[in-house]
Ligand binder design. Structure first.
Ligand SMILES: [Zn+2]
Length: 255
């Protein structure tokens, strides 16, 4: 259950806030329902899921990038695949047309903070401000608020993850497959790392701001598909409805 008084206090201090609530009487029911088979038993933090289905969630962080992201979107569209993009708020403001295209082509958009700081040293109020600003710009541009959060560098304490889940209903999504593509090891290495470590129910981390990562995607996507794995978004791998079709109630908070 969300702590309404604490959430209101926070939002009042910040001056604005947009909260995602599910259902028509959200305050009377749990805001998040997750399957019981999450690999991490903490509902505020998810790295992968145990599932009988041969599904994986491909995630791309740090965009939108003006050239690499559209090139990646073309590759996904050619193959009819869905992915999840953890976008940086100030880049969404800079490239709104690319963010809109991501949503329009059936992909999911998650929250990756406004300015990509190490949030683990931030106060709750400063961290929520980073996250709320990003939710707001994504909502303004796509008409949908993100429903999950990925901390920059994965740097978010367990207490912060629980707090964010309590006050904003945003679980923290980490990953189970990390090709270390930000070190730019080359497309072939990125593809081989992903292909050799990916497992059913896995969440794959990558960054579509690097040319080599996008160059690796044809081999990666086709290789995973050839293994019988299906690509789903983060919402789908959690057993939620597709991001675009979830029933939201936006609540503008007032002090
Ligand atoms: Zn990042």
């Amino acid at each position: 259950m969300v702590n309404l008084s604490r959430r209101h206090a926070l939002a009042a201090g910040i001056g604005f806030g947009v909260t995602t609530l599910m259902g028509s009487s959200a305050s009377a029911q749990p805001l998040i329902r997750l399957p019981n088979d999450l690999v991490l038993s903490d509902v505020a933090t998810i790295t992968a899921v145990r599932t009988p289905s041969p599904v994986v969630a491909m995630t791309f962080d740090d965009g939108p990038h003006p050239t690499h992201t559209p090139r990646l979107l073309d590759m996904l569209r050619e193959r009819g695949l869905r992915a999840t993009f953890y976008l940086i708020g100030n880049r969404v403001a800079q490239y709104p047309q690319i963010a809109r295209r991501i949503a329009e082509e059936g992909h999911e958009i998650g929250n990756h903070s406004w300015s990509h700081p190490f949030l683990n040293n931030y106060s709750d109020r400063a961290a929520i401000l980073e996250i709320d600003q990003t939710t707001n710009v994504i909502y303004q541009i796509t008409g949908r608020p993100p429903v999950t959060f990925r901390p920059p560098y994965g740097a978010f304490t367990r207490r912060q993850r629980t707090f964010l889940n309590d006050v904003r209903s945003l679980p923290t999504i980490l990953w189970s497959v990390d090709p270390q593509d930000w070190r730019r090891p080359g497309a072939h290495v990125v593809a081989n790392r992903i292909l050799s470590h990916t497992h059913q129910g896995g969440i794959i981390l990558s960054h579509d701001i690097h040319r080599g990562t996008v160059d690796a995607m044809p081999q990666t996507l086709d290789g995973l598909t050839a293994r019988g794995l299906h690509f789903v978004t983060v919402s789908q791998i959690l057993g939620w409805p597709l991001w675009q079709s979830r029933n939201f109630r936006m609540v503008r908070e007032t002090g």
